[in-house]
Design a protein. Sequence first.
Length: 84
Amino acid sequence: MESLEIKESQMKVLNQMEMMLNDVLGRNKQSKQWQTTQIISFDAKDKHARMSISSNGRNVKFELGRQSQELIDKIERLIKEEAK
């Protein structure tokens, strides 16, 4: 499990370095790039939970792959309840 945390940390650093390089090269002028990070890692290859944040930080997307319908329903209820 520890190696997954290291891999996630490495990916975060690489993403940040890429964004910094793009800033220096002038490629990030209000681009529509999203920064995506894993919320949790799973042993199953296609199973994932990710969060993407827009370049201006005002929008967030959550992506769930190969999750149970029960979990998806719980998350949907939570969002509806908390967003009131």
